[in-house]
Design a protein around this ligand. Structure first.
Ligand SMILES: C[C@H](O)CC(=O)C(=O)O
Length: 259
């Protein structure tokens, strides 16, 4: 199994580096379990760290009914966020850096304290949170045509590609993140609306789910990390020239342009 994990990890790293996709792993290796897929993801991340990259946070995805229905997967996935994925608010990114990019609007959590599963609940998450921040996650799939099952996306680092981080950091006092609204625009067109509750009922609940899930692999969420709890509405495909913005009321706005 070690050789298979290493060779699939290499395949996914090469696909990401050279912007091509590979056939679904689940069609080629029906024996792979979710736990094997996570070992592949960890091998990808170890390789990136050996190349000099740093982990800046983690993501959980497929936490909303909208995303689960869109991709036909009925459980959350998860992945690592690396330093090269960070994009500043308003920045331009090159569409040619991606294979089949989609964008999502999420409430990012910046942790003040470690969160170690099991038994983490949403209140533990709120107490460990330093700031929340508006984000746009750019997801991309190294699996052809997004034909992913849970094993495919977990092996492929939760389909992570970039995260655009808003400039406004807010403490959570006085905010009900469940009812926090979000308007999602592609150019001047409203392409999605959502509320915090879309992510497993409360975005902090999605972060708690991740802390408990990662405990199974001896991994925890660390102070200073950015944690993405999942999209609040459907992911939107993007093309060259598109400007995407997500508006989160008092929490602020974040945007990115594809050139
Ligand atoms: C496949 C992705 O993990 C989906 C995602 O990022 C999300 O639902 O959020």
């Amino acid at each position: 199994m070690k050789t298979l994990v290493e060779s699939i990890a290499k395949e996914l790293i090469d696909a990401e580096s050279h912007q091509y996709s590979v056939a679904p792993l689940t069609e080629r290796y029906s024996e792979l379990s979710v736990s094997d897929a996570y070992q592949i993801q960890l091998e990808v991340i170890d390789n990136k760290i050996r190349e000099g990259h740093e982990v800046i946070g983690k993501k959980v995805g497929l936490t909303s009914a909208a995303m689960q229905q869109m991709l036909g997967v009925d459980e959350p996935d998860y992945g690592h966020l690396l330093d090269y994925m960070k994009v500043a608010d308003g920045e331009k990114v090159k569409i040619s850096d991606f294979i089949s990019p989609k964008v999502e609007a999420e409430i990012g959590f910046i942790l003040e304290r470690d969160l170690v599963g099991p038994n983490v609940n949403y209140l533990d998450v709120l107490m460990a949170t330093k700031y929340v921040v508006p984000t746009i996650e750019i997801i991309d799939s190294r699996i052809t045509d997004w034909k992913i099952k849970l094993v495919d996306t977990v092996a492929d680092n939760g389909s992570s590609a970039r995260v655009v981080i808003g400039n406004k950091l807010s403490t959570i006092e006085g905010f009900d993140l469940r009812s926090q609204g979000m308007l999602f625009y592609k150019n001047d067109e409203l392409v999605g609306t959502g509320a915090g509750a879309a992510a497993l009922g409360h975005p902090a609940q999605a972060v708690a789910w991740l802390a408990n899930k990662l405990h199974e692999f001896g991994i925890h969420l660390k102070a200073g990390e950015l944690i993405l709890p999942g999209a609040l509405s459907c992911a939107i495909s993007v093309n060259e020239g598109d400007t995407i913005s997500a508006h989160f009321g008092h929490l602020g706005t974040v945007s990115v342009t594809f050139e």
